[in-house]
Design a protein. Structure first.
Lengths: 487, 452
């Protein structure tokens, strides 16, 4: 036992020494008031952004609730009319408000806030908040998430770039190494200090964000997502802490360290997140709206729409119905052939629209995968995707809404068509029905991706972040060795 | 010590710096990519417009067969807002406003610009922001300028030679001004040449447009040079100067515009498009219901001799006009609220140099809000004219002839502003004032240059 004690005590002592170095560094950082004020300003702005964002979301939720009620009222007030006429009247379905958008708005302002549903067609979401702006609108984007993604790394760099480089730091380091301290302990202590300060920043941001969001329909899933988001941010900031300390240890001149770190910051947080999507779109271009519409029109609108008596597919359907019921005229069918035709046409056009829209979504997906490849250059890209997904402000969340609306649209229109089909109208007149009663059982329930699915989909981004952490820690380790051999 | 010799020394020193060719090389690559991106966007927009034009022509050809069978045949027209001659410079607000419209003479006004299908681009790509030449100029050019000018005086301070330099027969203020101008010439002029060359290469070749572009870049570059002078007046160490330059860049280009935008949105929130759409639908449904009741109650008037165009057509037209009048107050209130917000955003830009430059570039490229609004106004006027034609046929009681159909006016957007339009001049003036304020601040701090 007595032989084993020094073996155990050496690492224990190293850990103690590392913690002592970390505590000293934290004290020094605390004394650097300029950075503290910068961090406090950032917290204040981020807190204000979350609070105003949450208030805006609450207002939006209320507005959408009112619109949904008005639309339901308008739908029900159609009275007793031809059910297919109601399909042409249509109704708007507002998108749900995501509570965590106050923290990370993601693509919220760039997607439509409601979908107008009607028979024969699938419309894309409309009324984007970004519409109808001015030059200033291009500068949108400040949020608590953005502060953590872009500004917090800059603060880390400013706080840590001179911790091991620069004349003063190198002289102190020489003395510390001369007194027998290990380079690993000195560099480790500084890393722990910077990481602790960053973690405190994340926790402080969480603390200032929560009051703004509490009571605004935050469910268990949202709180779990919030915790996962902050874990991702902690990992992300750890990457910057380690890179900052690693670079600071590698270069003796503080100016060189600063230039290298600022260069990395510009590329990682500002350039890559803007260049990667542009390159991805160049590689996998999205068709223009008129091209998309022309393709759909060619397939769907020129196909069977249930109105065109000359349509060949309707002729085939008619022949099949007449053969099935062994009658010679559609008037002798036990069902209303107009309803049969409308039902058939709706299924046909829906299949066409789904096919075309899925092609667009596949293009978006390919663009997202291409963007992810750029995460090798910038951890911000991996974090941004994970943060948006957890906040449910990314495209998959919007897609879940769109698919939910489309499912509702199809059920609603086919319910109307079924009513037409089941009621034969005499003397060429149209069957009339009370639309409110007829469609009462067809309900819309908002869809959102479950947290488990999000976690599974984001595992790649978390893995990329972890890889960045390992890479950055590797840099710290090699820098420590370099420092130990040639301070 | 003459100004020329100081400038010469400064230029030689900067040319020896290995960072300069690297920075300019990076600028070439990024600007070329941005210009290519802008040019690709213009190509895509033009292809989309060709498709729309073909669709419109098809509708026109198909409708010709109905002339004479109805009082008037006014096929659906899809006016388009074509990209301007300098469009590759900046995508600006071109994605935020409809570039096409649906003019159905006998449709309701709310359908004119509904642009349900106007944009199906990937929102994640749009949210990242466009990588166009405007982005390079507004965001990246200042970084290049600051990277080469942030240590205008701090290096001398660090080396402890300020007293020696200031013992020469030259005023401190003049010294730093000459240094700034020398460095500015070495960085800004090649950067300007790069930007003009890539802009011309992307198809933005109008000489007056390129001249205005040069003016904007020079004005913006001067603003950042003035800022570098100010940093030189208070930063004593190179790292301190670098931090100040980075922080000011972040503040001026990113934080301040974003926060001002958030503040404007809070004070003058955008009106709800969703609520407007539902309110319009409700109003139109209500008007239609009232019209139905009125028609059901009153027996149709008969004239003798019977007119060539049935009176039922006139009644239908009167119903349309009445529906328009019913929704007009809703649209007017919404437009007023949108205008108020736009006005607030427009005024705020004058306090923000980076936004003023973005605005000037958008206007130069023709991707600004004013041009998009001018298009909407012209579409509205065209729709009114189209309706008037229908009314004229009804008033004269003679259906439209084939010659009249063939002579139907076509929509063509009329650009109302040139390259050096009023908005651009205001932006340049705002930039000049900001630069002047910085220089005044630097002048008042010139005594600090002698402080070690």
């Amino acid at each position: 036992m007595s032989d084993a004690s020094p073996t155990f005590s050496r690492p224990a002592s190293a850990v103690r020494q590392t913690l002592v170095v970390a505590a000293t560094q934290l004290k020094l950082m605390w004394r650097e008031r300029r950075l503290l004020w910068l961090a406090l300003t950032l917290l204040l702005l981020a807190g204000a952004s979350v609070t105003t964002g949450a208030a805006r979301l609450a207002q939006q939720a209320q507005e959408r609730q009112i619109v949904a009620e008005q639309e339901a009222g308008l739908w029900d007030s159609q009275g007793t009319i031809d059910p297919h006429a109601a399909a042409h009247v249509g109704r708007a379905i507002p998108a749900p408000v995501r509570p965590l958008a106050a923290l990370d708005p993601g693509i919220t302002d760039f997607v439509g806030t409601s979908v107008f549903i009607e028979g024969h067609a699938q419309n894309p979401a409309r009324h984007r908040p970004v519409d109808a702006g001015t030059a200033l609108s291009r500068f949108d984007g400040f949020s608590a998430a953005w502060a953590l993604q872009v500004v917090a790394p800059l603060l880390i760099i400013l706080a840590g770039f001179a911790s091991l480089s620069g004349d003063v730091a190198r002289e102190t380091l020489r003395q510390e190494l001369g007194s027998g301290a290990s380079a690993h302990v000195l560099i480790g202590g500084r890393l722990i200090a910077l990481a602790t300060a960053s973690l405190l920043l994340v926790l402080a941001l969480l603390a200032v964000s929560l009051p703004g969001m509490v009571g605004r329909t935050l469910g268990t899933a949202d709180i779990t997502a919030l915790v996962a988001m902050f874990a991702a941010y902690a990992l992300y900031l750890l990457v910057f802490c380690a890179i900052t300390i690693g670079v600071s240890a590698r270069f003796s001149a503080a100016r060189t360290s600063l230039v290298v770190l600022l260069g990395f910051w510009v590329v990682a947080t500002l350039l890559a997140p803007r260049v990667a999507p542009a390159l991805a779109e160049s590689l996998y271009p999205t068709p223009t709206a008129p091209a998309f519409r022309a393709a759909v029109t060619e397939d769907a609108e020129h196909g069977a729409d249930g109105h065109d008596p000359a349509d060949k597919r309707l002729d085939a359907l008619k022949a099949e119905m007449l053969a099935r019921y062994q009658v010679k005229d559609v008037d002798d069918l036990p069902v209303n052939f107009r309803g049969v035709a409308l039902e058939f046409a709706e299924a046909n056009s829906t299949e066409t629209y789904n096919r075309h829209f899925e092609r667009i979504y596949a293009t978006y997906q390919r663009q997202a995968i291409t963007q992810r490849a750029f995460a090798a250059l910038s951890p911000t890209l991996a974090l941004q995707a994970a943060s948006r997904a957890l906040a449910r402000t990314d495209f998959p969340a919007q897609l879940a809404f769109l698919r939910g609306v489309e499912d509702y649209r199809y059920r609603l229109i086919q319910a109307l068509n079924l009513e037409v089909k089941q009621h034969k109208a005499a003397n060429g007149s149209k069957h009339l029905a009370d639309i409110a009663t007829l469609t009462r059982s067809v309900a819309y329930s908002p869809q959102q991706p479950p947290l488990g699915h999000i976690a599974a989909a984001q595992s790649v981004n978390f893995a990329i972040l972890l890889a960045w952490v390992l890479l950055a820690l590797g840099l710290v380790f090699t820098s420590a060795r370099h420092l130990g051999s040639a301070p | 010590m003459s100004s020329l010799s100081i400038a010469g020394h400064e230029i030689r020193r900067l040319l020896r710096d290995r960072a300069l060719p690297v920075l300019l090389g990076l600028l070439v690559v990024l600007a070329a990519y941005a210009a290519w991106n802008g040019s690709a966007w213009v190509g895509q927009r033009e292809a989309a417009i060709s498709l729309i034009n073909a669709e419109e022509q098809d509708a026109r050809d198909r409708s010709r067969g109905f002339v004479g069978k109805a009082p008037s045949v006014l096929p659906r027209v899809q006016p388009v807002l074509p990209p301007g001659p300098m469009a590759a410079l900046s995508i600006g607000q071109a994605d935020a406003y409809p570039y096409t419209a649906d003019v159905v003479a006998l449709g309701d006004r709310s359908q004119l610009l509904r642009h349900v299908w106007s944009d199906i681009g990937n929102p994640a790509v749009q949210a990242a922001g466009r990588f166009d030449l405007a982005f390079v100029i507004v965001f990246l050019l200042p970084l290049v300028i600051l990277a080469t000018t942030f240590d205008l005086w701090s290096r001398e301070c660090e080396r402890g030679i300020t007293a020696l330099v200031l013992s020469q027969p030259i005023a401190a203020g003049r010294l730093i001004a000459v240094k700034a101008l020398a460095r500015g010439a070495i960085v800004l002029l090649p950067a300007l040449a790069i930007i003009i060359a890539v802009a011309a290469g992307s198809g933005a070749t109008r000489p007056s447009g390129l001249a205005v572009l040069a003016l904007i870049v020079l004005a913006y570059g001067s603003f950042w040079l003035a800022l570098a002078v100010l940093i030189g007046c208070f930063a004593r160490r190179t790292t301190e100067a670098a931090i100040a330059a980075g922080a000011l860049w972040l503040l001026i280009v990113v934080m301040a515009p974003s926060l001002v935008l958030a503040a404007v949105n809070l004070m003058v929130p955008p009106p709800s498009q969703m609520q407007l759409a539902t309110a319009l639908k409700a109003q139109l449904a209500d008007t239609a219901r009232q019209q139905q009741l009125r028609h059901a109650a009153a027996s149709p008037a008969t004239r003798s001799p019977a007119p060539r165009i049935a009176d039922a057509v006139r009644v239908a037209y009167a119903d349309l006009v009445q529906a328009d009048q019913a929704i007009a107050p809703l649209i007017a209130a919404h437009t007023e609220a949108e205008d108020a917000r736009r006005q607030a955003l427009d005024r705020a830009r004058l306090l923000l140099p980076s936004v003023a430059v973005q605005d000037a570039l958008d206007r130069l490229a023709g991707s600004d809000a004013d041009r998009a609004l001018a298009f909407q106004q012209q579409v509205l006027a065209y729709w009114h004219a189209r309706r008037q034609l229908h009314k004229d046929y009804l008033d004269r009681d003679v259906p439209q002839t084939l010659a009249e159909y063939d002579a139907l006016p076509r929509f063509e957007f009329q650009d109302t502003a040139g390259a050096l339009q009023r908005g651009v001049l205001i932006d340049l003036a705002a930039l000049a004032v900001a630069t002047l304020l910085l220089l005044i601040a630097a002048w008042s701090m010139r005594r600090r240059l002698a402080t070690p």
